[in-house]
Design a protein around this ligand. Structure first.
Ligand SMILES: NC(=O)c1ccc[n+]([C@@H]2O[C@H](COP(=O)([O-])OP(=O)(O)OC[C@H]3O[C@@H](n4cnc5c(N)ncnc54)[C@H](O)[C@@H]3O)[C@@H](O)[C@H]2O)c1
Length: 248
């Protein structure tokens, strides 16, 4: 992946950070994006300390004008974006009655609108180069369902549809599009929602007996972004410790 340009959204913490660090160690120049400037600086520092090359982009992923401006900056400096990892996300536990229109719009905006327009911004340069990788982050819950997260699951389900549609539309241009649907992963988002004790309880339900560390999910992202995954498109890869087994 040497000198490929990889955009990772939501890269100020959790999996976004480890995806960026991993892709940089694979040789990519990483454009790290997030709404959290301090966390993003820390990600860029970690990438640089490991000898990698990171550029920060601070904006809200629902802001399409900012996405397009970021793509212009990257095109000017590097000629285009080769790899997009649509990772930015929010997760809030709430019952249906507590999901008001503004909360619903925000959930769809961050996950679906953000992913859609980041992909859209990268596609022209990918088409020109006849090579590209788009990796959309969904969730095991979009495959299996879950309580108190119907707005989140609606958004993550839409991401699966988007992945399949783009895979077919972009295949003739050498662009692969896949989704990952992680199971439980230790990150700020889940600790804030469930608490550490809550996560420990959930871990007992996983056949492998634990939740993943973010780096384990980054291995899947690294694989899908690489030449090794050249014949894989339109698929949903679910690193989930065996919690949900589908498709057999
Ligand atoms: N942790 C899990 O168990 C789990 C499981 C399945 C899928 N996921 C998904 O993985 C992705 C990463 O989540 P994580 O667990 O690492 O959580 P995290 O909270 O550590 O990371 C999410 C990042 O997205 C950023 N973000 C949120 N809203 C944004 C916005 N409007 N604009 C730009 N950036 C924004 C946050 O600042 C944060 O840095 C998310 O899409 C999440 O839904 C997580």
């Amino acid at each position: 992946m040497t000198r490929k340009v990889a955009l990772v959204t939501g890269a100020a913490s959790g999996m976004g950070r480890t995806h960026a660090v991993r892709l940089a160690s694979d040789g990519a120049i990483v454009i790290v994006q997030d709404i959290d400037a301090a966390g993003l600086d820390e990600t860029a520092r970690i990438v640089a300390a490991a000898g990698g090359d990171a550029r920060t982009q601070v904006f809200d992923i629902t802001d399409v004008a900012a996405i397009d401006m970021m793509a212009c900056d990257v095109n000017r400096e590097f000629g285009g974006i080769d790899i997009v990892v649509n990772n930015a996300g929010i997760g809030v536990d709430r019952v249906i009655e507590d999901i008001d229109p503004a909360a619903f719009d925000r959930m769809i905006g961050v996950h679906v609108k953000g992913s859609f327009f980041c992909g859209r911004a990268a596609v022209p340069s990918m088409k020109k180069r006849r090579w590209g990788r788009i990796i959309n982050v969904s969730s095991r819950w979009a495959q299996a369902g879950h309580v108190m997260a119907s707005d989140y699951i609606a958004a993550k389900g839409a991401i699966l549809g988007l992945t399949k549609a783009w895979a077919k539309e972009l295949a003739p241009f050498g662009i692969t599009v896949n989704a990952i649907a992680p199971g439980g992963v230790w990150s700020r988002m889940v600790i804030e929602n469930l608490g550490e004790e809550g996560v420990r309880r959930e871990e007992r339900e996983v056949p492998l007996g634990r939740w993943a560390q973010p780096e384990e999910i980054s291995s899947t992202v690294s694989f899908l972004a690489s030449e090794r995954a050249s014949f894989i498109t339109g698929q949903v890869v679910s690193p989930n410790g065996g919690k949900t087994i589908v498709g057999i």
